[in-house]
Design a protein around this ligand. Sequence first.
Ligand code: XUL
Ligand code: CO
Length: 437
Amino acid sequence: MAAFPEIEKIRFEGPDSTNPLAFRHYDADAVIEGRTMKEHLRFSVVYWHTFRGAGADPFGPGCAERPWKLEDGTVEDAINRAKMAFEFIEKLGAPYYAFHDRDVAPEGETLRESNANLDAVVKVFRELQDETGIKLLWGTANLFSNKRYAHGAATSPNADAFSYAAAQVKKAMEVTKELGGEGYTFWGGREGYQNLWNTDMKRELDHLAQFLHMAVDYAKEIGFTGQFYIEPKPKEPTKHQYDSDAAACMNFLRAYDLEDHLKLNLETNHATLAGHTMMHEMDAAGGQGMLGSIDANTGDELLGWDTDQFPTSVYLTAQCMLMLMKYGGFKTGGVNFDAKVRRESFEAMDLFHAHIGGMDAFAAGLKIAAAIRADGELARLLTERYSTWDNGVGAGIEKGEHDFKTLETYMLDKGEIDPNISGRQEMLENLINRYIY
Ligand code: XUL
Ligand code: CO
C-alpha cells in the first residue's frame, strides 16, 4: 500500500514557484563548479527521526500520525515501514539514507533474535535499494537506548556492556557492508560521565579507543571499505560527552593512533551546544583533513538543547557550503538531515515540507557559495590579509629559516612593525550578505 498516494515526485520549479511541494532551488542535475547539485549535496534522510520519530518531548508522548507503525511491532511491521520509507525518499528525490540497527528492525529477546530480525529487514532494504537506486550514506548501531547501556557502551564500567556493544557493532558493520554503505558512524550516545567521583576517565577513554581499534580491525577482516566517522557532541544525555567537539575528537583520535581511520561527522546543533558555529567545526576538521560528513539541522536560538530542527537559514547554509567547498566538497559524506519535525507538526505531510525546505536551503546556500567563490573578492581579501607571509621575513619564517636570535636582529634593525591593516569584519559581513539578497 502506498503511504503517500496523493504525492508525486517532488520537482524543481524554480525560484518563482509558490508550490509548497516543489523545489525552488534544488535542481538535482544543474551543474555548479563542474559537479551537479546532487553530487555536491549528497542529501540523506535519517531513518530514526523521519520514520521512527513520534514527536515525544519531556512533557508528553509523541502524537505523530503516520501511515506506518511507529512503535517497534513485528518484523512484518518493519518491512511495511521500510517500503513506505523508500517511497518517501524516492518521491523526495534524496539519493541517500542513514540508519541505526534498532531503527530498522525490532530488538528481540536475545541478541540472536535481534540479529535475525535485522537480517530480515536488511534483505528488503537491499531489494528496495536496487529497485530505487537509493543508497546508504552510513549505518550505525544504537548503543544508548537499551537500559544495558545506562552507564555507556564502550566506556561502561561494566565489561559486559562493552562486549554487547561490540557484538552489536560487528553486526551493524556487516549489514552496512551488505548494503554497500559508504560510511559507518560512531556517535558516543552515552560515552561520557555524570559524576567524576564514580568515573575512571582515563580507563574509559582507553576502552573507547580499544573499541574503535576493534572496529577498524574487523572492517579489514570483512573487507568493509566505507569511511568511519566519529560524531562530536558535547552534552546530552550526559553532562560531559567525551567526543565533545571537533578538536576533542581529533585529539582523542591522535592520542590513540586512530587518526588515519576515522573522519568527523559534524552536526550543526552539536556545534552550537559546544559553543561553536558549525563553520568553526568544519574549518577545524577541514584544516586537518578530517572533514567527513555533516548532520544538517539547527538549534533554536531561544532553547538551549538539541532541538534538531530542519535548517532553513540561508545565511547558515551558504556559510556551511562555503566552508565545505574550501575543503574540496564531500568525498564519502553528505548532507544528512539529522532533523525532526516539531511535535506540533504531526501530519505525515509535514515530513515533505521539512525536507524540501532543508534541501532548498542547502541548494540556495550552494549557489551563493559558488557565486562568492566565482567573484573571488573574499579570497582576494584573505590573501591580502596574510600578504606579509608571502615574502620577506614571513616567507623566511614559514620556510624555517629563522629563530629567536635572527628575529631579534631583524626587529632591532627595523625598529617597529609595518602597520597593521583593519580586520574589516563588518565589510566582510556585508560582502556575504551582498550575495544573499
Ligand atoms: C544524536 C545524534 C545521533 C547520531 C547517530 O544527537 O546526532 O542521531 O547522528 O547516532
Ligand atoms: Co547526528
